[in-house]
Design a protein around this ligand. Structure first.
Ligand code: G3I
Length: 366
């Protein structure tokens, strides 16, 4: 039996297949923020003030993100350089960019052991006055009151290697000045400063199958259980997720169990600083990109598989700007030959890499 396809039906069939392939292509290229919006999730990235002038880059940021976080502009050394001087200009510029494009904002970070201007430690040494910390929190959060989705109130307070009985970081000006109480002091001040912002505890090396990460997960859960028991106003855990594709191994079951333990404490969570160091990976870039994408898909499938997950932010969006290639902060991860790390969803030329497609598929193909 032969089918005589009329000219008209041939054209309509051809048109239909073209439309279908275009639709598939459009679905395949749907920006990450659109996919996140459809699941009531957040997807975004960290940006620095000097990147605002890179228009093609910022267009990509606006296309892909429904939330931004300041990579450096709201840290003490940037925002509070002297005791009686606050500097919001850079952070405000990022806030304006976000608000003009219907993007949420998250603040990073109100209390960290690192990048505190010298005057802070000097004042604490004179007199360990809690108001040094609480005045900063009130002033900085007050400046953005009602505009911040969330804040990393305390960042990286854990360091089991230092031998503290609860796995806390001893080498911290805040721990030295106030003991462990500084964490509670910070969260109570933060709740008072902006009751509408979600308050996070944020930390790193919580994701992989290793003794170090296991110890950090245990210390984090112990800390959060203590804070919850003392009715400290903590809402969520920030899991930084700076993965190392070729120096650590990832086990879905271990990470899923950790997320379940966070949920059991009545806390939400967010992937707050996602990127993947590709150091020690194969020289072949396509192979490296494919392997980082595979790890990303396996990681995001677990991370996004819970109503307690608020979303994902990557720490930068393009390899053009990544701390992983920074000679100082990225010294453990950068390539000795100076080539850029390929740890983010877009390459140097802002082209979507396999990692972008892995995140897109994990968020859902629309
Ligand atoms: O903008 C100045 C520039 O004007 C100056 O010429 C240059 C040299 O002094 O410094 C530039 O500022 C640097 C800034 O990054 C912007 O590049 C600061 O010195 C440098 O300390 C800062 O490093 C940041 C670091 O945190 C400390 O704030 C990294 O970019 C940032 O990626 C890193 O982010 C941390 C998170 O906050 C916490 N989790 C780990 C993550 C990676 O280390």
């Amino acid at each position: 039996m032969t089918f005589l396809m009329s000219r008209r039906s041939f054209i309509s069939a051809a048109a239909a297949s073209v439309l279908a392939s275009v639709a598939r292509a459009e679905v395949a290229e749907t920006p990450l923020r659109v996919r996140a919006d459809k699941r009531d999730l957040l997807f975004g990235c960290a940006v620095q003030q000097d990147q605002l002038h890179d228009l093609p880059f910022m267009q990509a940021v606006a296309r892909e993100s429904n939330i931004l976080v300041h990579e450096t502009a709201l840290k003490w050394d940037d925002v509070h350089p002297e005791p009686d001087r606050y500097h919001f200009f850079d952070a405000d510029a990022i806030a304006v960019f976000a608000s003009q494009r219907n993007m949420k904002l998250r603040g990073h970070t109100l209390c960290w052991y690192a990048v505190n201007p010298p005057w802070v430690e000097a004042k604490l040494a004179e007199k360990a006055d809690e108001r040094i910390l609480t005045d900063h929190i009130e002033r900085v959060m007050g400046h953005y009151r009602g505009r911040m989705h969330s804040w990393d109130v305390v960042n990286e307070a854990l360091e089991p290697k230092e031998g503290h009985p609860e796995g806390l970081r001893k080498d911290s000006i805040w721990q030295k000045a106030f003991g462990t109480r500084y964490i509670e002091i910070a969260f109570h001040a933060a709740r008072q400063a902006d009751p509408n912002a979600l308050l996070f505890y944020n930390d790193y090396f919580l994701e992989m199958d290793s003794a170090e990460h296991s110890a950090r997960r245990a210390a984090l859960l112990r800390l959060c259980e203590t804070l919850r028991r003392k009715n400290v106003p903590i809402d969520a855990v920030g899991i930084q997720s700076h993965l190392q594709a070729y120096r650590q191994t990832y086990n879905e079951k271990i990470f899923a169990a950790f997320l379940s333990d966070i949920r059991s404490l009545g806390l939400k969570y967010m992937i707050t600083e996602y990127d993947v160091a590709d150091i020690d990976g194969p020289a072949d870039i396509n192979k490296r990109d494919a392997e980082l994408a595979s790890l990303t898909r396996r990681f995001m499938d677990v991370a996004l598989d819970s109503s307690s997950c608020l979303g994902v932010l990557t720490w930068g969006l393009s390899d053009r700007y990544s701390w992983l290639s920074d000679p100082i902060w990225g010294s453990d991860y950068r390539w000795p030959d100076g080539q850029l790390s390929r740890g983010l969803p877009l390459d140097w030329n802002l082209k979507r890499k396999p990692m972008w497609y892995a995140i897109a598929r994990a968020l859902g193909s629309y």
